[in-house]
Design a protein around this ligand. Sequence first.
Ligand code: AP5
Ligand code: MG
Ligand code: ZN
Length: 219
Amino acid sequence: MNIILLGAPGAGKGTQAAYVAKRLNLAYIATGDLFRKAVEQGTELGKQAKYYMEEGKLCPDEITIGMLLERLANPDCQTGVVFDGFPRNLNQAEALDKALAQQSQGIDKVVYIKVSEEELLRRLSGRWVCRNCQAPYHITDFPPQIQGRCDKCGGELYQRPDDATPTVKKRLKVYLAATAPLIDYYTRLGKLVEVDGEGKAEKVAKRIIKALGKGDAVS
Ligand code: AP5
Ligand code: MG
Ligand code: ZN
């Protein structure tokens, strides 16, 4: 099963994707996480991506699609993947369809997580992320057990530079212009399911699992 989580910055893609992947035993690919890791490690890819991320712009398709395909070739992806933050535009969606078709696979469902702009801004302004494993926290909604430390790996928590309000506003504009048209694209293909992304994360998770027709997988 291959699933895409689609939604605006701060919709809860990362929060939910980690849960859904674990629950349904799927691999998890987040292109934003891959880029941040590359920036942190100072690789050539990271050097190329840094400027775009800081500006709140999409990284060029050539490097993004290349990075995605490399990750998708890993053996853990053969039984299915939860995609977070990819595809981000029509060109990327078509590249993904093509790559999966070569493995006689396809996208099964696209979950559109819908959240109001006011709530997106509130979430992003209070987000802290693990520098090591990228797990997201929130200053009031999901505080870590030990301040400044990741519950999962003990890594240091930091605020993403692109979560500063002016950059968030730019990211929202980019989302509306480039990514939101994918809602229509996947609706036409009969693959889109819309889920209310507001309310407690556990509730949203249940809605997603139900929308995927996997209600039985939740104990
Ligand atoms: P990326 O990392 O993908 O960022 P994004 O899409 O803007 O999404 P976010 O990670 O900000 O939000 P999220 O939906 O994951 O929310 P989260 O679960 O953390 O991309 C960053 C940059 O990388 C891009 O701008 C671009 O430059 C580049 N890039 C990445 N992919 C690319 C691609 N395919 N093509 C080109 N460029 C690409 O939740 C947010 C906060 O809310 C957290 O604090 C969380 O704890 C909290 N929260 C979550 N759920 C709830 C809830 N139900 N109630 C209350 N709080 C909640
Ligand atoms: Mg994320
Ligand atoms: Zn961590």
